[in-house]
Design a protein around this ligand. Sequence first.
Ligand SMILES: [Zn+2]
Ligand SMILES: [Zn+2]
Length: 239
Amino acid sequence: MFNFKTLWGRMIDLVFPKQCVKCGKYDSYLCKHCKKLEIQLVAEQFCHVCRFPLNRQQELHESCRVQTDLDRVFVCVRYSKLVEKILKEVKYHYHFDFVYLICDLMLEVLDIKFLYNSYLVPIPLYKSKVKKRGFNQAELIAIELEKRIGKKVGCQVQNLVLRNRNTKTQVGMSREERTQNLQDVFEYVDDLRSKMVSRGRRVVIVDDVMTTGTTLEECARVLKSQGFESVCALVFARG
Ligand SMILES: [Zn+2]
Ligand SMILES: [Zn+2]
C-alpha cells in the first residue's frame, strides 16, 4: 500500500542518512553492535530513596515512603559516556532525531501501563535558557512519548510547573546545599488550563537525567502541595 509518510521518510533518509552515534555506521542512530556494548537498559528497578532493588509490583519500599514526595521513579538506562553523547547531540547540536532514539530505548524497558491516564510533566528550564537553547529537551521527550503512546494509554503532556530562576549546577554539592539551591525554584502554573486538570490523575514528571533526585523531589513536592495524589517520575538515564 502506498504510504506517503513512509515515502517521505525514505526521501529524508536518502538526503540525511541515519548514522550510528558511536561508530558512524549508516542505517540507524545506534547500531546493534554499539547498543549491545555501550547501552545498559535497566531491567531491575531500584528504590529511589534507599537504592535497594524493588520487586516487580513494588513502587517504593513502605519504610521509604515517609521520606519522599515521589511515589515512584522509573529509570530506563544507566548513565554512560555514550548516553552523555546522545544527550549532548540533542542539547547542543540540535540533533533532534536522537529524541527518537531516546524514546525507542525508553519504550524498550518501560511498561507503558506506568503512564496510564497520566499527565506528563517535563522538568522545566528557566525561560532565558529556553530562549537561548530554543527548546527544553525534557519536553521534547515528553512530546515524543505522547505522540507514540498517548492514545494507547491516555497520557498527555501538561506543563504544570515552571522554573522561576536559574539554578547553579548541582555537581559537587552536598544534599543540604542542593536542597537550598532548589528552594522555591518551581512554581505551579496557575492558569485556567492547569485549574481544570484532575487531581486524581497520576502525574509523571519527565526528565532526561537523574543524578541525586533532588530536582525531581522538589518538583514532586510542589505538585503534591497542589493536591495531586500520585506523583511519579520517568527518567531516561540515571548515573
Ligand atoms: Zn555503531
Ligand atoms: Zn527504599
